[in-house]
Write a protein of this length. Sequence first.
Length: 85
Amino acid sequence: MPSTTVAVGSSIGLHARPAALIAEAVTTGNLSVTLAVAGGDPVDAGSALMIMTLGATQGVEVTVTGDDQAAVDTVAQLVATDLDA
């Protein structure tokens, strides 16, 4: 199962707005992707609420795992982007 680790790019971290944008991309694209921080359990990237439970602030590394590399790359790019801008 492909995975990659990226640093959170959003200036305030993965709060409501970035989490909602990531979850929307996952559900719209019918992707199977999870997100996890070091020492934490993976959460469904299709759920904004679950993403927010990670408590990932700017710069925290998040591991993105999915069924295929394209899905992982898509979500990893969103996590690494400042979605608050």
